[in-house]
Ligand binder design. Structure first.
Ligand code: F6P
Length: 478
């Protein structure tokens, strides 16, 4: 029987739910970690009728397509070798550190690349099978950069969009990659390549000109076969109204109160919520906070830092080392500075559902988001959406994409511990009027640029560029 085809196909490394095996052997579905799922899920819901292709986690899980909460999901199984080579290896130990400013040292292994190619091909084949004639296929993120061209070879009738959720590095870093040309050519299979920020799109176009030799003009690339590819910025966002509604719900208000009480009703609660990742700057931020306590600027009776560290990529060595380092630091800080019933840092190595996150955002006075490099950082936006009383402070790294929009945050350089300390203190001591002024402006920004607006602008552009009509070749090109 021929498979049912769809007008919209989402292709992402992960499904929105992850199949986990409990210690008892029982299998359960959990929501997948990370910003990608948070952003795409509402898009799929508004477009109803599409299908989402992705990995359900774990090795060798042969699962049939299924519906989850109204979404049509097609699981792609991965073998242990593919997980090690494609996911843990090339995606997360080569591309991830390379695309994040070399915060850690990327490793280059030919066997990892081979697995990456293999997995990308399987995803492309599945998308080709499930896409209706002239359908739109939207491919997501760094794990699948070869899919657009592989898919175009199989199905030239499709309209193909690609969106990179993480930063795209400058040429000086990207060109270290032995497979730089293949990746650029892979992306050029799309009609529209979307990035978080304009500099990322400009980096891509420059690299295509230098390394592949295609003609370019501003944000357009002209391919020898007559196709035009556009590269542009589409800063991603959140379901602002959904978060706001959740934050206003009686149940979340009550839970926020309970959280404050459980923490001993301190004067101020600082909060960090991150995947446990070395790009997030968790270690430096906890040091900055602890030094403020050690130096007497803050007291454990008055302030506590709640750090939620969401388990992530636990088989990758760098991530194991990071976990050990952070947990050792938390132990040391609490041992040195805590009192009975009053830890300086309340550390939770877990992930929470949306309503508990909203309660944490409501309970926290100062949200601390200090990545060394981050494509966007949706946690910063979620915090702002949940501050329905227009209070609370956001301390935000200049190197998170979100800093381009949330300009009224206390912006910090995460490499500058003293600078972070003074920003934390300023936020701690800020007058209510000042907090409201800043928060009101940030709330306006995120209510105007929510995830719906993001998806709509990408889709509209994709239709224009994919039509190949709007962008005739200019007479002069750079
Ligand atoms: O947003 C970046 C991202 O890497 C997504 O592509 C990914 O789904 C998410 O973070 C979580 O990472 P992982 O899928 O490796 O758990």
């Amino acid at each position: 029987m021929a498979p049912v085809t769809h007008d919209l196909v989402i292709v992402a490394n992960r499904l929105p739910v992850d199949r986990e095996t409990l210690p008892s052997g029982r299998k359960v579905w959990r929501r997948s970690p990370g910003g990608l799922v948070t952003a795409i899920e509402p898009v799929m819901r508004t477009h109803g009728g599409g299908v989402w292709i992705g990995w359900p986690g774990g090795a060798g899980q042969k699962l049939k397509p299924f519906e989850d909460d109204g979404l049509s999901l097609v699981p792609m199984s991965m073998s242990q070798d593919e997980i090690e080579g494609h996911y843990e290896g090339f995606s997360n130990a080569t591309l991830w550190p390379l695309y994040h400013d070399l915060v850690a040292k990327p490793e280059f292994h030919r066997e990892w690349w081979d697995e990456y190619v293999k997995v990308n091909r399987r995803f492309a084949e599945k998308a080709a099978e499930l896409a209706a004639k002239n359908a739109t296929v939207w491919v997501h993120d760094y794990q699948l950069q070869l899919v657009p061209q592989m898919l175009r070879d199989l199905r030239p009738d499709l309209r193909i969009g690609f969106y990179l959720h993480i930063p795209f590095p400058p040429a000086e870093l990207f060109q270290q990659l032995p497979w730089r040309r293949q990746l650029l050519e892979g992306l050029l299979g799309a009609d529209l390549v979307g990035f978080q920020l304009p500099e990322a799109a400009a980096n891509f176009v420059r690299l295509v000109r230098q390394r592949v030799g295609h003609k370019t003009h501003r944000d357009l690339v002209y391919l020898p076969d007559g196709r035009t590819v556009r590269a542009a910025a589409f800063p991603i966002s959140i379901d602002s109204a959904g978060f706001e509604e959740l934050a206003r719900s009686g149940q979340v208000v009550q839970r926020a109160k309970e959280i404050r009480e459980a923490l001993g009703n301190p004067r101020r609660i600082f909060l960090g919520i991150d995947r446990l990742d070395y790009t997030k700057g968790i270690y430096a931020r906890l040091r900055a906070f602890s030094e403020l306590m050690r130096d007497g600027h803050l007291d454990v009776e008055d302030a506590v830092f709640v750090q939620v560290a969401v388990p992530s990529r636990e088989q990758v060595e760098q991530y194991r080392i990071l976990r050990d380092d952070i947990e050792r630091l938390v132990g040391r800080i609490n041992g040195d500075l805590g009192r009975i019933g009053r830890p300086a840092i309340s550390y939770l190595h877990t992930s929470y559902p949306r309503d508990e996150m909203a309660a944490l955002y409501r309970a926290a006075d100062i949200m601390v988001v200090t990545p060394y490099r981050d494509g966007m950082n949706l946690v910063a936006k979620e915090y702002v959406a949940c501050r329905v009383e227009e209070d609370g402070a956001l301390v935000l790294s200049e190197f998170a994409g979100a800093a381009e929009e949330l300009k009224q945050a206390w912006l910090v350089n995460p490499y500058d511990i003293n600078g972070m300390k003074s920003a934390l203190l300023d936020a701690y001591a800020a007058e209510p009027k000042e907090l409201t002024r800043r928060m009101r402006a940030m709330r306006k920004t995120i209510s105007q640029h929510d995830v719906k607006a993001w998806a709509a602008s990408f889709m509209t552009e994709l239709e224009d560029v994919g039509g190949h009509t709007k962008n005739p070749r200019p007479a002069t090109r750079s």
